[in-house]
Design a protein around this ligand. Structure first.
Ligand code: SAM
Ligand code: SF4
Length: 351
């Protein structure tokens, strides 16, 4: 089948097989048609509103050693920080009350200082401000995910990073792909909206494995999927690798929109870091979420997953105005609701 026919089929049925996905990922001549179809599907299923989620990076201390990430524990060249409970809650209050954000996202390395009790205290503190709350703090036990939900957390982001298990085990020493997958099942079972995603352009990653990634998102019926290019960090073992491209990241994202039409998909910071118009391109190729970073500069500069990140997507007043202008310029608007997924498809994910 020609690429244009495959794209039309995906837009009509939200279903493609592995070989069909591979064919589209390999065909560079179909990119614009693919992006337009994903944009149209986004419009039909989730509308023109863009959900802004205020991102707080509250600790860059991590017990893990992921080869791609600047926060890995063996990176001695990083100044480590940990925000205090009241600082985190005060920043979330500012985001909600002064800046009108409807969702706060708390992200960190896997920092064991933040026990389940400490996290629940923070969650309860933030939930006073009538916002949705997303956590992105790594692998936890089923009981911990349940405790976060009981304290009021609404969503949890845990990227699977890649569905190629051998590649995952090479890049994430000491970690288990099976456990990460189990965590995603536990998150869903706890009643949290479940977010996942991958990096595009990891060394050794194949087109076929990217197709598998997209099918995996469908298999787990994810509520949110974040896709970004891998950007090499100079203080990691992957410093001499090439990294991913914006174009391929947009293609994986667009195909994800076609197969999971009603989910939330961010225009990721890594896309904007690779190209100044990366975010706008993503918003016109299937994305409907932006996560402005409201972490104070004194901390944000040290949350360096990859070079160039800290200058991107920060939520200073003037930056937010530029963002508002970008959104208006492409005929979209900032959504006024909390931006939960309104399920129009799918089943419950259980392992
Ligand atoms: N520690 C938690 C975890 O791993 O789930 C949350 C924070 S972690 C820094 C958030 C995401 O950053 C990871 O899931 C990974 O996909 C992404 N990331 C890390 N290093 C990256 C890099 N060099 N380029 C692009 N994305 C990267
Ligand atoms: Fe830690 Fe997450 Fe970075 Fe891995 S990706 S080193 S778990 S912060």
């Amino acid at each position: 089948m020609a690429s244009s026919e495959l794209i039309a089929k995906a837009a009509a049925t939200h279903d493609l097989g592995r070989d069909e996905l591979i064919a589209l990922l390999e065909d560079e001549s179909c990119n614009e048609t693919l992006f337009a179809a994903a944009d149209d599907t986004r419009r039909r299923y989730v509308g023109e509103g863009i959900h802004l989620r205020a991102l707080i990076e509250f600790s860059n201390i991590c017990r893990n050693n992921c080869c791609y990430c600047g926060l890995r524990r063996d990176n001695q060249n990083m100044i480590r920080y940990r925000m205090k409970t009241d600082e985190i809650i005060a920043l979330a209050e500012y985001a909600a009350r002064n800046r009108g954000f409807k969702t706060v996202v708390l992200q960190a390395g896997e920092d064991l200082f933040f026990t389940v009790d400490k996290m629940c205290e923070i969650i309860r503190g933030i939930k006073q401000f009538d916002v949705a709350l997303t956590l992105s703090i790594g692998e936890k036990s089923a009981a911990e995910y349940q405790a976060y939900r009981a304290a009021g957390a609404d969503r949890f982001l845990l990227r699977i990073e890649t569905t190629d298990r051998n590649l995952y085990h090479r890049l994430d020493p000491g970690m288990s792909w099976q456990n990460r997958r189990q965590c995603l099942a536990d998150i869903a079972a706890a009643g949290l909206e479940t977010g996942s995603g991958v990096m595009v352009g990891l060394p050794g990653q194949t087109i076929a494995s990217l197709a598998d990634d997209i099918l995996f998102f469908k298999e787990i019926n994810a509520d949110m999927i974040g896709i970004g290019p891998f950007i090499p960090h100079p203080d990691t073992p992957l410093k001499n690798t090439t990294g991913g491209t914006l174009e391929m990241s947009l293609k994986v994202m667009a195909l994800t929109r076609l197969l999971l039409p009603d989910i939330n998909i961010p225009a990721t910071t890594a896309m904007e870091t690779l190209a100044p118009n990366g975010q706008t391109k993503a918003l016109q190729a299937g994305a409907n979420v932006i996560m402005p970073n409201i972490t104070l500069a004194q901390y944000r500069q040290h949350y360096e997953l990859y070079p160039g990140k800290s200058e991107t997507n920060c939520a200073a007043d003037e930056t937010l105005q530029i963002l508002q202008d970008k959104i208006t310029a492409i005929g979209r608007y900032i959504a006024a609701d909390k931006g939960f997924r309104h399920k129009k498809s799918g089943k419950v994910f259980r392992l």
